[in-house]
Write a protein that binds this ligand. Structure first.
Ligand SMILES: *Cc1c(COP(=O)(O)O)cnc(C)c1O
Length: 277
């Protein structure tokens, strides 16, 4: 909060709201730390600490700012039209030495790639070759315009000059994989995992950083995340740098962490209940 009053366009939040968010943040971190010490499945004492991606969808940029001022740097959004302005609003008040990192986690149409590469440091929801190609093209175009002095750099330029891509896989049964059927919740089929990783890695501006999934509705998340762990091993065998496993949300983060999640995406437990999903 120290620099709050000196900033040109401060995002206003009340001390009450910040206190509420910080209490949630402390509770979620405690939950994560406790789950990390559960070694009943694939975690060991050597497993990496689990990252917390705060999902700010449906909540204002001022909430992101309240968390930023308390040290939170990692944010997730699932809709481009909401994420772009929010990331820009936060960027205007950031300490340039401690920028926020935005990861895109939602279903993405190829025509939105151009917008997403401006603010997103990673796209966790790459589920098809055409999307990987669109992101690569958008990134390359943005970079050329930046080099010509016509536009800001793509967000990932500052952190390695490659856009981190996670492959979103469907953990639903074969019949519904790849479709928006209830229970499937998006993602590519496991058969296409390696081909898609190849496609991503063949681009000089993309990096395959790992795998992401949402547990299907109506199934024990432990069983689903165990399948995700197996798929992550298949991916790592071919792409040793693809170490991330993005799994676990407010309701199932313990199960996901037990089964090797390296990054949980937490919305409602951090922000409060959303008025709609
Ligand atoms: C909204 C969302 C989350 C967070 O969900 P909560 O249940 O609110 O924690 C995680 N992942 C994705 C892909 C989402 O769209």
């Amino acid at each position: 909060m120290s620099l709050y009053c000196d900033r040109t366009e401060p995002l206003h939040y009340t001390p009450e709201r910040q206190a509420e968010l910080l209490a949630n943040y402390a509770r979620v971190q405690e939950q994560i730390r406790a789950a990390e010490s559960d070694h009943s499945a694939v975690r060991t004492a050597d497993s990496p600490a689990v990252q917390l991606l705060t999902v700010t969808k449906f909540f204002p940029a001022s909430d992101a700012a309240a968390l930023y001022d308390a040290g939170v740097r990692l944010y997730g959004e699932n809709r481009d039209q909401e994420a772009g302005p929010k990331a820009a609003a936060l960027a205007a008040m950031e300490d340039p030495n401690a920028p926020a990192r935005w990861e895109f986690i939602g279903q993405l149409q190829t025509n939105k790639a151009k917008s997403v590469v401006r603010y997103a440091h990673a796209v966790q929801s790459v589920d098809r070759a055409s999307l990987a190609d669109a992101l690569a093209k958008a990134y390359t175009n943005q970079l050329s315009r930046y080099e010509a002095g016509e536009a800001p750099a793509p967000a990932a330029h500052a952190t390695g000059n490659r856009l981190d891509c996670l492959i979103q896989v469907s953990l639903a049964e074969q019949a519904t994989a790849g479709h928006a059927a209830e229970g499937a919740r998006g993602g590519t089929s496991s058969d296409e995992l390696l081909a898609l990783a190849e496609r991503i890695e063949s681009s000089p501006v993309l990096r395959c950083a790992g795998i992401m999934a949402v547990a299907p509705l109506g199934e024990d998340p432990n069983a689903a995340f165990e399948r995700l762990w197996a798929l992550a091993q298949v991916l790592r065998a071919e792409h040793p740098g693809a170490l991330e496993i993005s799994a676990g949300m407010s309701g199932d983060m313990e199960a996901a962490i037990r089964w090797g999640s390296t990054s949980v995406r937490v919305g409602s437990a951090m922000m409060g209940a959303r008025s709609y999903t």
